[in-house]
Design a binder for this molecule. Sequence first.
Ligand code: TRP
Length: 353
Amino acid sequence: MAAFNELVFSGVQPTGNLHLGNYLGAIKRFVEMQNRDAQCLYCVVDMHAITLWQDPQALRGQIREVTAAFLAAGIDPRRSIVFNQSQVPAHAELAWIFNCVARIGWLNRMTQFKDKAGKDRENASVGLYAYPVLMAADILAYRATHVPVGEDQKQHLELTRDIAQKFNTDFAGSIMAHGHGEDGFFPVTEPLIGGPAARVMSLRDGAKKMSKSDASDNSRINLTDDQDLIAQKVRKAKTDPDPLPSEAEGLKGRPEADNLVGIYAALAETTREAVLAQYGGAQFSAFKGALVDLAVEKLSPINAEMKRLTADPGHIDAVLADGAARAEAIAAPTLDAVKDIVGFVRRTRLSPV
Ligand code: TRP
């Protein structure tokens, strides 16, 4: 592997229905990260997906579909490492060790668990509870320094930093004894949250996140939606009666307007200010027309390429296998070092007795 200054890691769950929020908040930013002096790893986190029950046949399709979306959006599988989590055992192994570093009190504070488990917490899977620990293992198995994620993952990244720091202090002596620097073994990861679409909201309710599980399909634009469907959903999107403001300040208290302007800005790779400099004073009907054109222009090539790629699962599986081998080559030495640091006896090469 070439020496890079940064190691970027991120993951997307293969739980079906990739939508504009996944694209603008995550995948599109992964593509941009490829232009930094960085080794980028993009992981289809299938082990996270099964923290909620998944139909096995559907899951296989969804793993390939997320992979296809990565490639269709412009992630280059030669420059970046594209793989699915379950093919690299280091994730599960390190997660176990981190289960013994993380504290129950830390996990009890995770708001996403509370949301996903709902009222019947007793009946949630242990995996759903330990989900953020596996996420920390994903990141730290590669000692990733930069993690692009949406706003909703911020708390999980803080937990990742806490785990890294506690590991570094709990094992400080052993880390030094094994020849790793005084800065500790695991880096403190930088979250990269931001851009105009860090939070893409529902098209039906500006107070709710765009979500694959929203009952209304009109609340989201799926990456598999064709032109007509995109146009229909944008035209039906909820708005308020006023024209667009001419400054971003004027979007305060107008969540639907803010969301549509944010989506436009992210698709056009500009800022809310620049969009409003152009459309300030316009009625929503006119702005929605422009947004439909832009969304169709940006999303239909991705949609078409995803269709082409998913028609050839053999190719997708080859990309994943190649990615897994390259990921493993980075993670395996880290895992070996962690096993030494915690005091495990590693398997030695068998010699004839
Ligand atoms: N939890 C993330 C999400 O739902 C997905 C994820 C899993 C992830 N492991 C990760 C993101 C590691 C960044 C880094 O969006």
